[in-house]
Design a protein around this ligand. Structure first.
Ligand SMILES: [Zn+2]
Length: 503
């Protein structure tokens, strides 16, 4: 069935008449060494079907055993999200056919999730929005199909398909928010800010590598709209597998515009799953709720209930790290930055880099200047992420130290960074190999100064007559002669001394 394209409604117009409600379901691949219910390795990129066993292949008679570390990680996540931790809960069997899933059911959690009823605060435009957390539950991932021979890599048009079961049984946590009303025009930005904050939080907990581009963090975005002031909520759609922060924002935005178009023309929004298209920023209809299957959930009979003791939960709570929001507030205080400066650091992905550079000995101001200035420019030129530049915070700190001690000026420091980025070695090795050091030795400077005076007698006369600002011209000549290595402050002093001497 093809979908009738909705009438176009601009975002501003849509939001002036409709109030959105959003909700997010995030799947997080846990970074455990072994799978959820067997001892198979979770290592990425192994030979297809090499990390499998009777349990994750769903062979008859095999019995699953729950991974204690995965349960601990889930409790960590639940505690960090201010959830209640169940003292007793069960896994549930979710029945459906899927070629990537050899058992024909997935072990998940249904009406007894491990963690419930929490919240996560996100800051948008200096406003704190509290996003309620409905549940955090644990389940297993499915395998992966590869469709060979078609142009698109999809099953349509493929000659044949291969299945890799290495992923089958990898532990996944699903974090489900409560509906978030009242965000108005900010709804798309709030959605993005929530996923960003959740990602940073999960990373700080050390439970996942949270790489959206590699699928270890995947997001489904729920959106509904209702006429402003109606006091009701509209029918929601669920946009699946939105795989970047930017896409989260775009998907919500597009759904608001699309649904406004549907309602404006007297239509009704269908409750359905939709697919997001990265290239166009649009969504198209997937499965409608009417066709949704009944998963016939029932308590998983092959597993004992999960009953974490209060003592264990408290041990886990005591081991939680400083959370990203608290850390940002602390660093901002320590560095004396404004909210705006802090936001700039975060948006540039430079927060951790600056923190590490400061930890390696640079001043906060220097660290920030290098990463947001020169290095951001280089990253921009090559289209790389700041963090992907081949320079470490320790190296930036060393360059910064050499500048602070007067051994390098800013021009030479940039040349040293050139060398580091080109893989020539450490800052000290490059200083030695390229002979980059500020010349502040009076003997060497005076030789260059005398040449500069001799070559520019009119400028020298001007300075002698008292117009000392003209010394800048001679400093320029000295700089050129020393390939930028002269200590400019010392050169100026020497020039003025030289020309003040009775000639
Ligand atoms: Zn296995």
């Amino acid at each position: 069935m093809t979908e009738v394209a909705p009438a176009l409604v601009s975002y501003d117009e849509a939001i002036s008449r409709y109030e959105p409600v959003i909700g997010l379901e995030t799947h997080v691949e846990l970074g455990t060494v072994t799978k959820m219910f067997c001892g198979c390795s979770t290592v990425f990129g192994a030979e297809p079907n090499s990390a499998v066993c009777p349990v994750c292949l769903g062979l008859p008679g095999s019995l699953p055993v729950a991974n204690r570390t995965a349960i601990e990680y889930t409790i960590r996540i639940g505690l960090a999200l201010n959830c209640s931790i169940a003292s007793w809960c069960r896994f549930a069997r979710k029945n459906y056919f899927y070629p990537d899933m050899p058992k024909d059911f997935q072990i998940s959690q249904y009406d007894e999730p491990l963690c419930t009823d929490g919240w996560l605060d996100v800051t948008v435009d200096e406003t704190v929005v509290r996003v309620g957390i409905e549940r955090v539950h644990l389940e297993e991932d499915t395998g992966k199909s590869l469709h060979i021979g078609g142009a698109t890599g999809r099953i349509h048009g493929a000659d044949y398909s291969l299945v890799d079961y290495n992923r089958a049984g990898i532990p996944l946590v699903e974090v489900v928010t409560k509906p978030v009303p009242g965000t108005g025009a900010l709804a798309p930005v709030v959605a993005r800010a929530y996923v960003t904050e959740l990602r940073d939080l999960l990373r700080s907990l050390g439970v996942s590598d949270v790489r959206m581009e590699e699928g270890s963090l995947r997001c489904d975005v729920n959106t509904s709209i209702a006429p402003r002031g109606s006091g009701t909520w509209g029918t929601r759609t669920e946009t699946k597998n939105v795989n970047s922060l930017r896409s989260v924002e775009r998907a919500v935005r597009f759904e608001i515009e699309r649904q406004a178009g549907v309602l404006d023309t007297g239509g009704r929004v269908v409750q359905e799953t939709r697919h997001f298209h990265e290239e166009t920023g649009t969504t198209t209809a997937g499965r409608s709720k009417e066709e949704a299957q009944d998963y016939r959930y029932f308590p998983e009979p092959d597993l004992v209930p999960v009953a974490p003791s209060a003592e264990w939960v408290e041990q886990i709570r005591a081991s939680l790290p400083e959370f990203p929001a608290a850390r940002r507030a602390r660093l901002q205080r320590e560095w004396g930055l404004s909210d705006l400066d802090m936001a700039a650091l975060r948006n540039a992905g430079a927060l951790d880099l600056v923190a590490e550079t400061v930890a390696a000995g640079a001043s906060p101001e220097q660290a920030r200047n290098w990463w947001l200035g020169e290095l951001a420019r280089r990253a921009n030129e090559t289209g790389a992420d700041l963090a992907a530049l081949p320079v470490t915070p320790a190296q930036v700190a060393r360059v910064s130290e050499l500048v602070a001690s007067g051994a390098l000026n800013s021009k030479l420091a940039r040349q040293v960074l050139d060398g580091v980025l080109a893989g020539e070695g450490s800052p000290d090795e490059i200083v030695a190999a390229r002979g980059l050091a500020v010349v502040s030795d009076d003997g060497a400077l005076l030789a260059a100064i005398d040449q500069a005076i001799a070559a520019n007698p009119e400028v020298a006369d001007t300075i002698r007559s008292g117009k000392t600002a003209a010394a800048g011209v001679l400093i320029g000549v000295v700089m050129k002669a020393t390939r930028g290595q002269a200590d400019a402050t010392r050169a100026r002093e020497l020039i003025l001394q030289r020309l003040a001497e009775p000639g």
